[in-house]
Design a protein. Sequence first.
Length: 368
Amino acid sequence: CFFILGLRVTVLLTSSLMVLGAGLRCVPVSDLEIRKKLVHGGQLLNGLAGPTVMNAAPFLSTTWFSPDERATATAIASLLNYLGCAGAFLVGPLVVPPPNGTAQLLAQGSAQHIKDRIEAVLYAEFGMVSLIFSAALAYFPSRPPFPPSVAAASQRLSYRRSFCRLLSNFRFLMIALAYAIPLGVFSGWSGVLDLILTPIHVSQVDAGWIGFWSIVGGCVVGIAMARFADFIRGMLKFILLLLLSGATLASTWFTLTCLTTVTHLPLTTATLYTSCILLGIFLNSSVPIFFELFVETVYPVPEGISCGVVTFLSNVFMGVLLFFLTFYHTEFSWFNWCLPGSCLLSLLLILCFRESYDRLYLDVVVSV
């Protein structure tokens, strides 16, 4: 869409889908079946808008920023999406009361209160999405008056040639798996974090705060790492090795801590907070570094296509993991072990990966 329609049209189309999806969830109907269909329809429209939100960052940074600012711009644009996820960890527990002891709540007439709070969240989301759409409609140019770099003005491959190039590029497939496997597993794991922590007597509110600080920490560290990558170019692989090594250690620590009856490691709120937050910091901060490495490796394939493929793979791994969770949901130790296994596999793939910087090479050589 970026390549064919341009950035402005794509963003307007995406935000209009989000407005329509959020609006469908707010339609006040009394029939429960109709309400469920409207909510599912709204979620579907919101999901259709998701690829633009997740994949726009590299294209935006290439179009608007110079080579010594691209990694930082990619980090800020991609990690702002994660800040919204961090807010979701807080909105649920703090705005909507947890439905624990449902029978007692129904007896006290609190079910209607929970329903009202959920509807308030839906109306607030609709208002924020409408505001974003209005701002994009008022002013959101497709490109700057003059391209900031040679790569921004260069011709890109067509869709057909791009997919052929990606599927035949073994190095791209290596780093695509290195990104998709741990990030997909982590996304599925963090989505049910409250269920995973319930057996070890961690409340829903505490689980929400853990998810919130892990994402916020990942955003801060990710922007710092991207800024470092802009200052010292050609270090993307080294940065990923550091981040994935930290993620492997943090996930192993968390998994062994949950097996306290076997490992006898101290199971405290401090250890759970520290291990989970470190895991989120290392994995979330690797996202913009991965995106930049994808673009550099497969240039002149358009940024949206390469990042869209790896995002699709990440969602596939997350979906497979959640599919197995529907059958094995009484015990979560296997789910926890998937985390260090996926991080270790990704680390090995990055170790074997031979990096190249084709886009950066074009900018430096032609500029000189």
